[in-house]
Write a protein that binds this ligand. Structure first.
Ligand SMILES: Cc1cc2nc3c(=O)[nH]c(=O)nc-3n(C[C@H](O)[C@H](O)[C@H](O)COP(=O)(O)OP(=O)(O)OC[C@H]3O[C@@H](n4cnc5c(N)ncnc54)[C@H](O)[C@@H]3O)c2cc1C
Length: 404
């Protein structure tokens, strides 16, 4: 039996290794880029957050998030880590549950997978972009780079549109649509959100732990707590990533209400700022020791204070306003950044057209799909790669079984 796999990314490599465990199948992995795991190499800021110990069905979205339950239960984070350990990868888990390679290098993850693929029954074809798939009575004819491949079974593991510079493309969606599958609306997720607030550039690079409320026309749309990062154009970091797939959709005025001191009552902050009135410090140091210096200065100015003069000269009203702003600073939001900057694609090929216990198409027998091309997107923190390992392995094992 020959099994073709389109895409040598996270899910495709997991699928190839699982398929090769079956009874003597010949596995051919087709990758359009010059090497496998190009996106994987860039994940987690080059560290690769390869899974999350808490990755369960609750951390995923899509039209039917329940679709991923079977694959995650069959091959969850613990199983994935054991599998990686077997491939020679040492890992370390943070308190948050995020798991990284012990080397802190994403390249280590790519390397152990790359070396594991070196098996007699796995053929790797790099620089081979699949353009067309034809279903025949016996299997599939796959056209790529002027060649035609013939497979009994086929796994589409082309990934999503996110991270276009790292290989994200429409290819997988187009190939699956050509075989009759439907695709939901695609949009960027786990991405920073832009603002037209002119003060943003002064805060570029500042990180803050905060509670964030996303408001749509003044009504609370969602809220979360964690790290926020200011960028040149907007707001980033886990707090924004979580809501980025849904923010600024469907009209309305969107803004973010930020509490930079969620653990402190406003009265406590106010009392501390009033105490500083008795010091000789300049107004620019009003929040020194409490908040990031640059953030403190932006809040002080927003409260109406000139930074040059002493804190002692600030009115009680200005100090109260500064305290209030540290507990509730509103930043308008315009739109999420595009697919280029996104870590994952929200939306994808309809999961209702696949069997969640095998990842096989309900429309085309012998066809499988896995990873980001399907309409499943995970939370920030290792959830998306876990989905790639779980779904890829399930697709590979199912395709590798003679009786499927
Ligand atoms: C910058 C960045 C950082 C990220 N960090 C993390 C993180 O730390 N943790 C986490 O869990 N997730 C992270 N993600 C998300 C995660 O990388 C993806 O969800 C995951 O790689 C998806 O796996 P996949 O196999 O579906 O797709 P991919 O890994 O994208 O692989 C798809 C492969 O298919 C190939 N391909 C596509 N079309 C064709 C074709 N027609 N013919 C041949 N080959 C084709 C592509 O070249 C690619 O190599 C990050 C994403 C980005 C962009």
């Amino acid at each position: 039996m020959t099994i073709g796999i389109i895409g040598g990314g996270a899910s495709g490599m997991a699928a190839a290794l699982a398929a090769a465990e079956g009874r003597e199948p010949q596995v051919v992995l087709l990758e359009r880029q010059a090497r496998v795991g190009r996106k994987l190499q860039a994940t987690g800021n080059g560290r690769c957050n390869l899974t999350n110990l808490h990755a369960g069905q609750g951390g995923y979205q899509g039209e039917d998030p329940d679709f991923c339950r079977y694959a995650l239960e069959a091959f969850g984070p613990e199983a994935a880590l054991e599998w990686f350990r077997g491939l020679g990868l040492y890992t370390v888990a943070e308190d948050s549950g995020r798991v990284y390679p012990y080397s802190d290098q994403a390249g280590s993850v790519v390397d152990v997978l790359r070396f594991a693929l070196e098996q007699p029954n796995i053929t790797l074809r790099l620089g081979t972009e699949v353009e067309k798939i034809k279903k025949t009575g016996e299997g599939f004819l796959v056209s790529a780079a002027g060649e035609t491949f013939c497979f009994d079974k086929l796994i589409v593991a082309c990934g999503g549109l996110a991270g276009t510079k790292l290989g994200g493309s429409m290819s997988g969606y187009k190939l699956l649509r050509s075989l009759g599958h439907r695709c939901t609306r695609l949009r960027p997720a786990l991405v920073q959100v832009k603002t037209d607030w002119p003060g943003i550039s002064a805060l570029k690079g500042v990180r803050a732990n905060c509670r964030a409320q996303i408001l749509r026309d003044g009504e609370i749309f969602s809220q979360s707590q964690g790290e926020l990062q200011f960028t040149e154009f907007g707001l980033s970091g886990p707090v924004m990533f979580e809501i980025s797939r849904d923010v600024c959709q469907g009209g309305g005025n969107w803004s973010c209400h930020l509490d930079f001191l969620p653990e402190l009552a406003e009265e406590t902050v106010k009392a501390e700022l009033f105490r500083r009135k008795t010091t000789a410090l300049p107004a620019g140091e009003l929040f020194t020791g409490i908040l990031h210096n640059r953030l403190g200065r932006v809040l002080t100015q927003a409260a109406g204070a000139a930074l040059g003069g002493p804190i002692a000269a600030l009115s009680g009203e200005t100090l109260s306003r500064a305290a209030a702003l540290s507990k509730g600073f509103e930043v308008p939001l315009t739109e999420p950044l595009g697919m280029d900057a996104a870590q994952v694609t929200a939306g994808g090929i309809l999961t209702s057209e696949f069997d969640e216990t095998t990842m096989e198409s309900r429309l085309v027998p012998g066809l499988y799909a896995c990873g980001e091309v399907l309409d499943i997107d995970g939370a920030c923190g290792g959830y998306n790669l876990q989905w790639a390992w779980s779904s890829g392995r399930l697709a590979g094992l199912s395709a590798g079984r003679e009786d499927v």
